[in-house]
Write a protein that binds this ligand. Structure first.
Ligand SMILES: C[S@@+](CC[C@H](N)C(=O)[O-])C[C@H]1O[C@@H](n2cnc3c(N)ncnc32)[C@H](O)[C@@H]1O
Length: 491
């Protein structure tokens, strides 16, 4: 039996420490008393810092045998992983839960809302995009703005000091190019994933102020492009920067494929700014166990108790929930209320249903052998072989692949002017060791998903394409987990 604890030092000792010993003892005893082959059992303990997340305090995962076809369930050679959240597990309950999970009947019943598949294809991403598309309905219903769920309670994107420094650097680049008569007439800045437009407002206000002070006329030549996939969010952002009307354009686009909409911008953007977006894009995870690689497959589920309560709240039977939830994600709450009057007399009923479904949502996981890493596709034009040195350099590890961030990053680099910079504030893992001493997602931020981003992979993608990619702690908020990633073409 293997027991692994993946928690930060200050969760295991010192004033913030969790009392892990009774939890471990209890889990160990329950495992020893169970009928499972202990040589095929792993007890993995995380400290899940996200108060809302997709796991119960104890979860069971099947680890497929590495030598057989992935779908041959129940075959010889498979093993098990019991995942324990040290923050929520109670020693007096763990014995029962672990025993139940490892008993012949298996874990308690849950209602599956989808089939098994790669994490990046889970319906949690449908919930995530619905959140941004119907943000006003969600915020009305909770009475909270989305920024309150971000690290630090507000977006670092609106930090004036950070914007000021960034613009100073941009001005000195433009001054240099102007001195060499190499500065184009049109000065393009692109922001992806604009949220409520606060960053855009701070940036544009500050740029105009500094330009007035210096009298270079850059503001007059500036085009600030705001891209987002939520029309609602774009409308909010447009209002926030309405006073810069002639200098802004808003574009509905998928951040995973910016060149599809922004082909005209190729080699022209002096700055691409992205904050708190990469951690909100779909991702797969892989696990290395005993040197073998597995893909984490997931499926969204509700506990039977939550499913029964949710179904009863909308006058439905629980077996109707997968279909009702699929319709909610496709149509949104307003339209759903129109077409499903018997279940949702008003939009607010559909929003309440959405919130309850989201709250109860859990992800079951299983590990499926990933036999050919080279045939795994991280993102369009980013092959799995790029992962090999990252995943193999550090022994056994479970890590995010950050497929959405990888796709977005690789497809944004071609938009940069040869002297342009891509700047990204986000939660990055920059040393794979960080996966061994902390939980990196997924967590729930209000109605959206958060996963830390595999910075090592983005570094490798940039490097292959001739870009230097560097990471530094976000300099303008003490104790922040947020990092600043900078990518620019190699000289
Ligand atoms: C957490 S908010 C960040 C907003 C803002 N940048 C900030 O830091 O406050 C994430 C933003 O990314 C947008 N977004 C998420 N996935 C996207 C995608 N695939 N394409 C375009 N926009 C996306 C959301 O609509 C939302 O505006």
């Amino acid at each position: 039996m293997l027991i692994e604890i993946r928690a930060a030092d200050d969760r295991l000792r010192g004033p913030k420490a969790v009392d892990a010993a009774p939890i471990l003892t209890s889990a160990y005893k329950a495992a020893v008393d169970s009928p499972v082959d202990l040589s095929r059992l792993r007890l993995i303990c995380d400290y899940i810092q996200y108060r809302h997340n997709f796991r119960d305090a104890v979860e069971l995962r099947r680890v497929g045998s590495w030598n057989i076809e992935p779908d041959t369930a129940g075959s010889e050679g498979e093993s098990w992983e019991v995942a324990i959240d040290l923050r929520r597990a109670r020693p007096e309950l763990i014995d029962t839960v672990v025993k139940q999970a490892l008993s012949e009947d298996g874990a308690c019943e849950r209602l599956a809302l989808e089939g098994w598949g790669a994490g990046s294809r889970s319906l949690i991403w449908g919930f995530n995009s619905l959140y941004w598309k119907a943000l006003s309905l969600w915020e009305q219903s909770t009475g909270k703005g989305y920024e309150s769920a971000l690290p630090g309670g507000e977006s670092d994107a609106r930090n004036v000091e950070a914007a000021h420094e960034l613009i100073q650097r941009l001005f000195s680049l433009w001054d240099d190019l102007a001195a060499r008569r190499a500065l184009p007439e049109e000065l393009y800045v692109l922001e992806l994933g604009v949220g409520n437009g606060n960053q855009a407002r701070v940036f544009l206000d500050e740029l105009r102020r500094l330009d007035r002070e210096r009298g270079r006329g850059y503001y007059r030549r500036l085009h600030y492009l705001m891209g987002d996939y939520s029309p609602h969010v774009l409308e909010l952002a447009r209002k926030a920067v309405a006073h810069h009307g002639e200098h802004i354009s808003s574009l509905a686009l998928d951040a995973l494929r910016p060149t599809e909409t922004l082909g005209f911008l190729r080699y022209k953007a002096f700055l691409v700014y992205i904050s708190n977006v990469y951690d909100n894009l779909p991702t797969d995870e892989i696990v290395r166990i005993g040197g073998h690689l597995f893909q984490v497959e997931t499926r969204a589920v509700l506990s039977q108790a939550d499913a029964d309560a949710l179904a009863a709240s909308v006058n439905a039977a629980s077996h109707e929930l997968p279909d009702l939830i699929a319709r909610l994600l496709r149509l949104g709450p307003e339209l759903l209320a129109e077409v499903e009057q018997e279940h949702f007399p008003n939009t607010s009923d559909a929003v309440a249903f959405w919130r309850k479904a989201w709250e109860g949502l859990r992800l079951e996981e299983r590990y499926v052998p990933l036999v050919e890493l080279d045939t795994y596709v991280v993102a369009p034009e980013v092959g799995g072989e790029l992962l090999r040195p990252i995943v193999e350099a550090n022994g056994d590890v479970r890590m995010h692949i950050s497929n959405g961030a990888a796709a977005s990053f690789a497809d944004t680099l071609p938009l940069l002017h040869p002297h342009g910079v891509l700047l990204c504030h986000d939660l990055f893992v920059t040393d794979i060791h960080q996966y061994l001493n902390g939980f990196r997602g997924p967590g729930k931020y209000d109605g959206s998903v958060v996963n830390w981003v595999n910075g090592r992979l983005l570094g490798a993608i940039g490097s292959r394409r001739g870009f230097d990619v560097s990471f530094a702690p976000f300099a303008y908020r003490a104790g922040a987990n947020v990092m600043t990633m900078t990518a620019r073409a190699r000289d």
